[in-house]
Design a protein around this ligand. Structure first.
Ligand code: IMP
Length: 221
């Protein structure tokens, strides 16, 4: 099993990336710092790909059926799929679904909406690819949906980031995340597909968002 890397609040920056990661002038005040630099991200995606391939081979899987949780996990899923290819893994089949417990902004609505068609899931072993696990509500509902309503044979989960301190007590033991990239502190993050009110998805690494800035901005609108 790929061991998650614990990210300290100050962030993890590879010496290769140092110097290139100064926060751009236009983002100052919105982003407080880089949390995970591109090289560290890429190395982790390599480790995750190797772990997924190892398990797929052990189970005799001819292909890897992925369900990508839109929108945030799409860039991570693409990177992961490409790395599985580079490492000589079986073909990856991508399916997309929209499932979210967040409305626009910073606060969870507590409800999980699932939208999208998944015609290829029935009787298949599924790997959900998610950007970030917070309370765990989205993934526990999605897993249940895939097994009970879409009749998947099995469901595993791969998440790039895990804010495990925020997990709902009922899901601490009940929701298994099979592959975790990084355990991060309880802070609002963005980048690598993850947004803050639709901002910052295009940043090619993970950043800590300045929450005060966004709270203030939303009140002033
Ligand atoms: P959960 O259902 O509480 O686990 O929430 C998971 C979803 O919340 C993720 O798919 C993200 O869309 C969103 N989310 C949680 N934490 C963050 C964050 O720090 N930044 C951006 N989105 C987040």
């Amino acid at each position: 099993m790929t061991k998650p890397t614990i990210v300290p609040a100050g962030g993890l920056i590879h010496s290769k990336d140092a110097g290139e990661l100064a926060i751009r002038e236009d983002l100052k005040g919105k982003i407080s710092r880089v949390l995970i630099s591109p090289t560290i991200l890429q190395e982790k995606i390599h480790d995750l790909a190797e772990g997924i391939i190892r398990d797929a081979k052990k189970n005799g899987a001819m292909e890897i059926q992925v369900v990508v949780v839109l929108k945030g996990a799409a860039p991570f899923a693409n990177m992961l799929g490409q790395e599985i290819f580079r490492c000589g893994g079986p073909p990856v089949r991508f399916n997309y679904i929209k499932a979210s417990s967040y409305s626009a902004g910073l606060v969870s609505s507590g409800e999980v909406k699932i939208e999208g068609h998944l015609p290829f899931v029935r009787h298949k072993d599924i790997l959900i690819v998610e950007d970030i696990v917070d309370t765990g509500l989205t993934l526990s509902r999605l897993k249940k949906y895939l097994i009970e309503e879409r009749r998947a044979s099995s469901v595993k989960i791969c998440a790039l980031l895990d804010k495990s301190a925020r997990r709902l007590p009922a899901l601490r033991k009940g929701l298994r995340i099979d592959y975790v990239g990084f355990k991060i502190p309880d802070m609002f993050v963005a980048g690598c597909g993850i947004d803050c009110a639709e901002n910052f998805r295009e940043i090619p690494y993970v950043v800590a968002v300045n929450e005060d800035y966004f709270r203030k901005g939303r009140k002033e609108k």
